[in-house]
Design a protein around this ligand. Structure first.
Ligand code: NAD
Length: 436
């Protein structure tokens, strides 16, 4: 079968053959396939299509760092600004040995679409540094972070590009970036990054915001499908920031969480897992394994178990042409970025799975980052309840907007989310015009 998405001629004029698994899981190609499909459906102006298909700016920096033993290492870092049409670039920075420019490009464009879906005034950006943070000391990580920030100083700023944490970066990393930027500016500029410690201008509620957004859209999906939380089973892959908070909030709302997957194994209990206890267990021991309230399970098989709601909340490309056919969930809520490939999408659509796509489902994090940026600029900080209520409102409105688009254009939810986002970004891009 030549998948529809891959057969789209798009702006390139090329018709692709069925891709290999490597092509299928290339994040930039996955993003481009969805973009082309949505742009075709929207009958997008060809000029705007060309502009939005490519990132606005790609910066590569080589960062010298003095290591603890006195030797010098040079690390490669990226910052890609996909679109700044609706506002400053916004997106995380990840540290990992296998970061690539293609990956950062894809993540930057996903940020553009995500910010547009939830209708916040940001464009999309993303950063990455090729390094192995697990084998670096705090001092080495601090020097790397500060020099990376200094190399990008002219491209960052509250009105230009606002980074946030992503894989292997955290509140401390953001504090270093904020401090380095502030030293260069000669004043404290908290709004240059989000995801900071609350004591340095971070927002209350940011830590669990992505999981809270996931829980909210899951509630909305149930409402739409006339289902009941107390009769709904859930499996979550990944028990980190997104997965743990999603599982905990759903469990607190009465859902029955029957499976939790991690990179090195899984837990399963058909009668339901006490997520409150599991959170405590993981916090104390650093692992989900050995927990008495559920039995060990095969991590790959977990995804294909019968369940009402499946939440991949770990990493990219876990649902591909290799396993999509065997999925038995009724609803797929994408906590992670890019967990499903474009080919797997079509298989899931044929199976009638109700998909809440990543650019909607996990947008709670960037929405609360937006609240953090607003609070920093006002110098006035909201109570946690206030943050959570505002977040809930944005997630419900965005969910409704995507579903309305899906019905109106007779497309699936993912395509609807892309179409809505592209339409919004195309509108401002056209309105601003081309500076010459
Ligand atoms: P995290 O590092 O806190 O947690 C990820 C968890 O998944 C870890 O417990 C890890 O051990 C586990 N994991 C990794 N690979 C796995 C695999 N192959 N199978 C099963 N488990 C695996 O990261 P996070 O912040 O929770 O992010 C998870 C995903 O959500 C990523 O795709 C990220 O880009 C996306 N995301 C995160 C946020 C946020 O606010 N943190 C916002 C939007 C999207």
């Amino acid at each position: 079968m030549v998948p529809k998405a891959a057969a789209i001629e798009g702006i390139t004029g090329r018709v692709n053959a069925a891709p290999s698994l490597e092509q299928e899981t290339n994040p930039w190609q996955a993003q481009a396939a969805r973009f082309d499909e949505a742009a075709t459906k929207l009958n997008l102006d060809k000029g705007i299509w060309k502009i939005l298909r490519e990132p606005t700016r790609e910066i590569i920096v080589h960062i010298p760092v003095t290591m603890d033993d006195g030797t010098v290492e040079v690390f490669t870092g990226y910052r890609v600004q996909h679109s700044i049409s609706r506002g400053p670039g916004k997106g995380g920075i990840r540290y990992a040995p296998d970061v690539s420019l293609d990956e950062v490009r894809a993540l930057a464009s996903w940020m553009t679409w995500k910010c547009a879906v939830v209708n916040i005034p940001f464009g999309g950006a993303k950063g990455g540094v090729i390094c192995d943070p697990k084998n670096m000391s705090q001092g080495e990580l601090e020097r790397l972070t500060r020099r990376y920030t200094a190399s990008l100083i002219e491209f960052l700023g509250p009105e230009k590009d606002v980074p946030a944490p992503d894989m292997n970066t955290n509140e401390q990393t953001m504090a270093w970036i904020m401090d380095t930027y502030s030293m260069h500016m000669g004043q404290t500029v908290t709004s240059v990054v989000t995801g900071k410690p609350v004591s340095l201008g971070g927002s209350r509620g940011r830590r669990e915001a992505t999981g809270r957004g996931v829980a909210t859209v899951t509630d909305q999906a149930l409402k739409f499908l006339n289902m009941n939380a107390s009769e709904t089973t859930v499996i979550v892959q990944g028990f980190g920031n997104v997965g743990m908070h999603s599982a905990r909030l759903l469990w607190e709302r009465g859902y029955k969480v029957i499976g939790i997957g991690e990179y090195d194994g899984a837990l399963y209990n058909a009668d339901g897992i006490d997520i409150g206890e599991l959170v405590e267990w993981k916090t104390r021991r650093g692992t989900i394994h050995g927990f008495a309230g559920a039995g060990p399970f095969d991590k790959d098989e977990l995804l294909t178990q019968p369940v009402d709601v499946l939440i991949p909340a770990a990493t990219e490309n876990v649902i591909t042409s290799r396993n999509a056919e065997r999925l038995q969930c009724r609803i797929l809520v994408e906590g992670a970025n890019g967990p499903t490939t474009a080919i797997a999408d079509e298989i899931l659509a044929d199976k009638g799975v109700f998909v809440v796509p990543d650019i909607l489902a996990n947008a709670g994090g960037v929405t609360t980052s937006y609240f953090e940026w607003v609070q920093d600029r006002m110098g006035y900080f909201w109570a946690e309840d206030d943050v959570n209520q505002r977040l809930e409102r944005v997630m419900i409105e965005s969910f409704d907007a995507v579903l309305q688009y899906a019905v109106q254009h007779n497309v699936n939810n993912r395509l609807a989310a892309y179409m809505l986002a592209i339409d919004r970004v195309a509108f401002t891009t056209k309105q601003r015009g081309i500076y010459a």
